[in-house]
Every structure is written in C-alpha cells, then in structure tokens.
Design a protein around this ligand. Structure first.
Ligand SMILES: Nc1ncnc2c1ncn2[C@@H]1O[C@H](COP(=O)(O)OP(=O)(O)O)[C@@H](O)[C@H]1O
Ligand SMILES: [Mg+2]
Length: 370
C-alpha cells in the first residue's frame, strides 16, 4: 500500500507509475487487446490514440478495474492490481457522457466523491469551491446539470475528478461531445490543469489533434495493439508505419503508389529520381503538405491539374490531381491558382517517407538515418 501512504506525505516524492505488461482482453473469440505493453510514467499525460474499435476504452477500463484482464498484469506504483477492485485503485475517471447526477446541484455533483469518503464539512465545502474555481464554475454551484451548457457539464465532471487529488486520472474522450470552439478551449484548460496538478493521466481519444496538443507521449493503437509510442514530435516526424503516418497530421499525408528501381520512383504519371535506396519493388511514398509547394513552370518534379483550392485564413491548401493521386500542398496567398490550372510542384525528397505497401512498414532511407 505504498502509494496510499506516500500520498499523505505530499506530492513531491510521490510516484504513480502505471505498468501494463502483456495485457490481454478477450471476449470469447473477440480479442480486443493483444499482448499490450506500456509504462505510463509518473506525472505523464499519456494519450491512447486510435480509430474507433481499436481497444482504447477497453484498455482504460482494465486500468480502472472496471473490466478484468484475461491475461497479463497491471501494476500501479509497482503493486499488482489485477485483483484490486475499482474503488480501491484511487483513480478518478472522466467520460465522454459526463455521468452527472441530474437531481444533484453542481456543488453536490462535484462533492460526491468526498461524501462517499465521508470528508466532513467545512473541509468538503472548501474543496468543492477550490475544484470549481479551477474549472471556472464558482458561480454555478447551485445550478443543476440541465441548466448548463455541454462545456459546463464537462467541467463539472472534471471538477468532480480533481476534487480529491486521486493517484491517477483516466479520461475517455472527454471532449468528444463538445462543439469545435469549446473543444479547443477545454483542451487548453486540460493542459493547464495537468501543469498545475501534475497528476499522472491516461487520456483516450480518436482525435489526432487532441492527442498531439495534449500528450507528453502518444501511444498509437490499431486493432488492439500499440503500433507506435513516442512524443507527439516523434510520432509526427518519424512515423514507423503507413498507418501511423496517415492517421497523424492535418491535412492527411499525401501518398503516391508506384515502383522503385535503381533509385528511381515511377508510376503511370510520375518519375522521381535520386532515391538513396538500392532495394527495388513496389513502394508507397508518403509526404506531408509542407514537403511540397507550387513551383515555377518547369522547376518542379511533379505536375498535375488543380482539383481544388482551399482558403485557410493564413494561407491556402492546393489540392492537385497528379495522375490518379491527390496531392495537397501548402500554397501562399500571393499566387492563388484556380480549378483546372496546370501546375508544377516541387517535392522535397528529404521529407518523403517510403513504405512497404505489403506490410505498411517504413523502409529506412540511409540519408535520413531512420
Ligand atoms: N463487452 C464487450 N463484449 C464484446 N466485445 C466488446 C465488448 N466491449 C468492447 N468490445 C469489442 O472490443 C473492441 C474494442 O472496443 P473499445 O475498447 O470500445 O474500442 P475503442 O474505445 O478504441 O473505440 C471492439 O471490437 C468492440 O466491439
Ligand atoms: Mg472508446
């Protein structure tokens, strides 16, 4: 029970590390989580990112103790918790649907975990006020949830989670029900809250922007497995698979299918020379919009017809059909092409990732040292 004792001695030397070792979850013939290995470091904000159905919620529920594991081990601060019931794991969860009690006021909702733990007044009232203040709800303590906006309800759920300084926060798509502006605001609130509280957090989302902006590290999941784990920068700039490359980034990574022979990439409409790679065979080239730009006539290495031009406020996204592929390039506002213009594009070969189309694995290029 080291983590309970340590908590009462103050946050400074108190470590909450969560280890998932060979964790598996099966329901009959369905395996939702396969042999998952992950260490969540103390005070880290770890994001589980992946498409719907990849096993994020299941993983979270196993950590929370709401779902028994069918294989492997979960340790919190070195202690095996497989058989420890949820209420004894000292974890606070925040869900997508808020889970507020409609007949309780905001203050009563926030204070509920303290009531369960028989925290007496006036301490309870003080802690409710402090938690509400952290999420800017001080003036709403007497309202009921139905008299709040979605964003405010989500903040009540957050305040209820932070009111009792748990060991660990688990958040499952907490912003997914909010509209776009609120989501962006709440993202910053969450990030700041984590900076203040430093509570180890596991956060689940299918939204890659949310993952990139919030995470200390991102674990990208696909079909019940972690396919890449790293800082947002690593995940973005060094994707190890086609899946990770295309799942991360906005606009999505551009892809060109073709063949590589003796350092020359070709498909029916593209020829790109000078790849520092001796292997030959089918490949997929992947590159982001910032690796390709509109070029002066004849100065490019790709050409195509403008399919659409999207104004983004600070610039343009120019979508060009290059053979049977669509290539999105960042453009500047001074040279605004229009539909069906024939344009040349300059692709920076050093910013191109080469993938094996059969396995989806990245093929390392000597010059990039990857
Ligand atoms: N209680 C359950 N019984 C059977 N299969 C389930 C159950 N809960 C989830 N699954 C399956 O496990 C997989 C992962 O689900 P989930 O963890 O909810 O994914 P995510 O949160 O990433 O969308 C899905 O294929 C889902 O259908
Ligand atoms: Mg889910």
């Amino acid at each position: 029970m080291r983590w309970w004792a340590a908590r009462n001695e103050g946050r400074a030397e108190f470590v909450v590390e969560v280890v998932l070792q060979n964790v598996e979850k099966r329901w009959g013939s369905v395996t939702a989580v396969h042999d998952l290995n992950l260490t969540v470091n103390d005070r880290e904000f770890l994001v589980l990112l992946g498409p719907s159905g990849c096993g994020k919620t299941t993983t979270m529920r196993m950590v929370a103790g709401l779902e028994p594991v069918t294989g492997g081990e979960i340790r919190i601060d070195g202690e095996r918790v497989n058989d420890r019931p949820a209420r004894d794991r000292d974890i606070a969860m925040v869900f997508q649907n808020y889970g507020l009690y409609p007949h309780f006021t905001v203050g009563e909702n926030i204070g509920y975990p303290l009531r369960l733990r028989k925290v007496p007044e006036p301490e309870r009232g003080q802690r409710i006020k402090a938690a509400a203040a952290k999420v800017h709800l001080d003036d709403y303590l007497d309202r009921r949830p139905k008299a709040l906006s979605g964003g405010q309800r989500q903040r009540v759920a957050l305040a209820r989670a932070i009111v009792r300084t748990p060991n660990l926060f688990l958040m499952d798509e907490p912003l997914s029900n909010l509209d776009a502006i609120l989501r962006v605001n709440m993202r910053a609130e969450l990030k700041h809250l984590h900076h203040e509280l430093e509570t180890t957090t596991v956060y689940v989302t299918h939204d890659q922007i949310e993952a990139m902006t919030l995470a200390t590290r991102v674990a990208v999941m696909d079909q019940g497995k972690i396919v890449q784990l790293g800082s947002p920068e690593e995940i973005y700039s060094n994707p190890q698979t086609l899946f990770v490359g295309t799942f991360i980034g906005s606009p999505p990574m551009n892809l060109l299918h073709g063949r590589l022979d003796n350092g020359v990439f070709t498909n029916s409409s593209v020829r790109l020379e000078g790849w520092p790679i001796s292997a030959s065979g089918d490949v997929v080239l992947g590159f982001r919009a910032d690796a390709v730009s509109l070029a002066e006539p004849q100065a490019g290495n790709l050409s195509g017809k403008v399919f659409a031009v999207e104004y983004t406020g600070s610039g343009l996204l120019v979508v060009v059909s290059v053979g049977n592929a669509m290539v999105t390039a960042f453009g500047d506002l001074t040279k605004r092409p229009t539909f069906d213009d024939l344009v040349d594009l300059r692709l920076d070969p050093s910013a191109v990732f080469v993938f094996d189309p059969a396995t989806g694995d990245r093929i390392p290029l000597p010059s990039k040292g990857a």
